[in-house]
Design a protein around this ligand. Structure first.
Ligand code: DC
Length: 222
């Protein structure tokens, strides 16, 4: 009798433009994993709060504003997308205002608490939708959301290489400033989780990064 396939959880953390999304998307395709970009969740909430004229310091108003929206997940291709009141935000998630404000909102405990269970719930969502596992990227996935994941990776690259990648993508994004805020915050800061595989992608092509990570998953599979 064939053994039931093990459901795997893969986490990828790292700074802005370290190559997390491209790597996670490729892994999702190769290993039939649900792809979850948690940065897009923080961006969606930031957009929602900005549209209501809120500032990151207005904790009580943020808490109140977050009581209202119905937050659900929609499957788009292999990706989990957050819908707020039935709507999945698009390109506006990467506009300049969101790029500037997202780290400030993400540093607030009230925002992180709001997203905690929602993020963990994606393992169940992946199972329900027939995936062999989940690949989730962010800043605190291997440290806070899934510390017991089967595979935990941390991608790093020189700040200049990362800024160049963002401008090659046509985005205005101060990568170093966001990393400074994300690393320096009290709640769930950006760190390489203990025991995670750390990969410096500065001098690697995307294909090399994907091969390395995918090879580890295939060869050390549980
Ligand atoms: O991955 P990204 O650049 O789209 O993420 C946007 C911001 O969201 C990032 O600057 C910090 C925050 N974030 C976070 O605090 N925790 C996560 N797990 C993912 C993103």
């Amino acid at each position: 009798m064939a053994l039931a396939k093990h459901f795997i959880i893969v986490t990828i953390d790292g700074g802005a433009a370290a190559g997390k999304s491209s790597t996670a998307r490729a892994l999702s395709k190769r290993h039939h994993l649900l792809y979850v970009d948690t940065g897009s969740f923080y961006r969606s909430i930031t957009l929602y709060l900005l549209k209501r004229g809120l500032h990151p310091d207005e904790t009580d108003k943020i808490r109140e504003a977050l009581e209202n929206p119905a937050v659900t997940t929609e499957l788009r291709s292999r990706e989990a997308r957050m819908a707020i009141d039935g709507e999945v935000p698009g390109a506006e998630l990467r506009n300049r205002e969101v790029n500037e404000q997202v780290s400030h909102f993400a540093s607030r405990q009230v925002v992180r608490d709001f997203l905690l269970d929602y993020q963990r719930g994606h393992a169940g969502f992946a199972r329900e939708n027939g995936f062999d596992g989940i690949v989730m990227e962010g800043r605190d996935i291997g440290s806070v959301i899934f510390p017991d994941a089967d595979f935990r990776f941390f991608l790093d690259a020189d700040p200049s290489a990362r800024s160049q990648r963002r401008s090659d993508q046509g985005e205005e994004d101060s990568v170093e400033e966001r990393d400074r805020l994300d690393t320096g915050r009290k709640s769930a800061p950006l760190i390489c989780p203990e025991g995670a595989v750390r990969i410096d992608t500065t001098r690697m092509t995307l294909e090399e990064v994907i091969e390395k990570v995918s090879g580890i998953i295939s060869n050390e599979g549980p």
